[in-house]
Design a protein around this ligand. Structure first.
Ligand SMILES: Cc1cc2nc3c(=O)[nH]c(=O)nc-3n(C[C@H](O)[C@H](O)[C@H](O)COP(=O)(O)OP(=O)(O)OC[C@H]3O[C@@H](n4cnc5c(N)ncnc54)[C@H](O)[C@@H]3O)c2cc1C
Length: 380
């Protein structure tokens, strides 16, 4: 059975950032990803706020990424915000990793403690198994590693999101800012990526259908937005078909984040596997980038061999590093998740009374609604 020191499950934004952060600290890791290639199309684009840029700066990839998207004008105190094509972000993180870091087509089926050693046995759906001293679950909202840690299952908001990219070959005329339109209980957001490409999303009360066919997604979105201005409908009509997707929004309830045990021995979770949240603040991905910086820092301080071979990790040190990681991250993700939870409930309810209650809670708990962007994950 092949034997690894550090195994990351999942090559999404968090898994790739995690491997890169560890690599920058001299700690070798391998990522096991179930897809046959990088999942760099789904979701179309992602907004990165100042806290996310701080993490990307630490990972050494911010400079290149800044060239791929215009800086958005919001309010003067909001700092740097850009909307990146997911493909640009994921491809850039991947390209910064040593060749062969990601093993594709490896879908984890189960994880168990090895009977003969302190290592974990990771079993994959093709029947193969490997041993791993350290396991970091970056396997998203339905994480097998989170189950292993006995975390409660994630839940779904009564909302779903359609997302897409629209290219304007002769340029669009929109300002470089986030525009939001609300009508008939639907919310449409439009954000320019550059002078030709626009990212848009449409939030709607949950539709039980999970469409995969892009043409069906486009037609049903157009039907839903039949009362919207022609300009919005044209944007959706002209969407790049391969960029279209529908997502039912999942979240981990804030009190589970407050109470949950996010590490056990040398196994932990990060990114959506730890703290999946509604997209209402545009922070889930950036929080995963922050996780990567903090976890690699604590691993380097406490868990890696101080000798010439930093690729060897020390079990006791890693346990301590993971405890520190969870300690440093817990309240940050509890606050993000609580704010998104209340916003999600506010948008998802039709009861006026409940709406008033949620608004009051937001004012009370989050008087400065953008303070989450001030967070600094610190040096790698
Ligand atoms: C509508 C919407 C809009 C959003 N907008 C923003 C935004 O503007 N800004 C922002 O910061 N965030 C945003 N987010 C959140 C952001 O997309 C997520 O937080 C982020 O993509 C999570 O990354 P991840 O790597 O943790 O998980 P994922 O992206 O889910 O990646 C998990 C990876 O693990 C792999 N995997 C899963 N199970 C296994 C297994 N058993 N074996 C092997 N591999 C496995 C998957 O194939 C995948 O590659 C948004 C989310 C939604 C739904």
């Amino acid at each position: 059975m092949e034997d690894f020191e550090v195994v990351i499950i999942g090559a999404g934004i968090c898994g790739l950032a995690m491997a890169l952060a560890l690599h920058k600290k001299g700690i070798k890791s391998v990522i096991m990803e179930r897809s046959e290639s990088l999942r760099n199309v789904t979701g179309a684009a992602i907004g990165i706020r100042p806290n996310g840029w701080r993490a990307l700066d630490q990972l050494g990839v911010a400079k290149n990424l800044r060239h791929t998207a215009v800086r958005l004008r919001r309010t003067p105190w909001d700092g740097e915000t850009r909307c990146l094509r997911r493909k640009d972000l994921i491809d850039t993180l991947y390209a910064a990793l040593p060749l062969g870091t990601v093993k594709f087509g490896c879908q984890l089926e189960s994880i168990t403690f090895g009977s003969q050693s302190t290592k974990h046995v990771l079993r994959f759906i093709d029947g193969s198994s490997i041993l791993a001293k350290v396991v970091i679950g970056c396997d998203g909202g339905k994480s097998i590693i989170a189950n292993f840690l006995n975390l409660k299952p994630t839940k779904t908001f009564p909302l779903s999101a359609v997302r897409g990219l629209t290219n304007y070959p002769n340029g669009h005329s929109y300002n470089h800012e986030f525009a939001r339109f609300t009508k008939d209980n639907n919310i449409v957001g439009r954000i320019p990526i550059d002078d030709n490409l626009v990212y848009w999303f449409c939030l709607q009360r949950k539709d039980e259908n999970v469409w995969e066919d892009p043409e069906v997604i486009r037609q049903s979105t157009l039907e839903l937005l039949s009362n919207y201005p022609q300009e919005i409908r044209r944007m959706i009509e002209n969407t790049e078909m391969k960029s279209l997707s529908v997502t039912h929004m999942r979240y981990r309830v804030p009190w589970d984040l407050f109470m949950g045990t996010f590490c056990r021995g040398t196994v932990t979770v990060a990114g959506d596997a730890m703290h999946i949240m509604g997209p209402f603040l545009g922070q889930g991905g950036s929080a995963g980038l922050e996780d990567a910086v903090v976890l690699a820092r604590t691993m380097s301080q406490l868990g890696s061999d101080n000798g010439e071979s930093k690729s060897k990790v020390m079990t006791h040190g890693v346990e301590e590093a993971f405890n520190q990681f969870v300690k440093q991250r817990r309240m940050r993700v509890v606050r993000l998740s609580l704010q998104t939870y209340i916003i999600g409930m506010l948008w998802g309810t039709s009861s006026i009374l409940k709406k008033i209650m949620y608004i009051m809670l937001l004012i009370l708990l989050f008087p400065y609604q953008h303070s989450h962007t001030d967070y600094d994950c610190g040096y790698l």
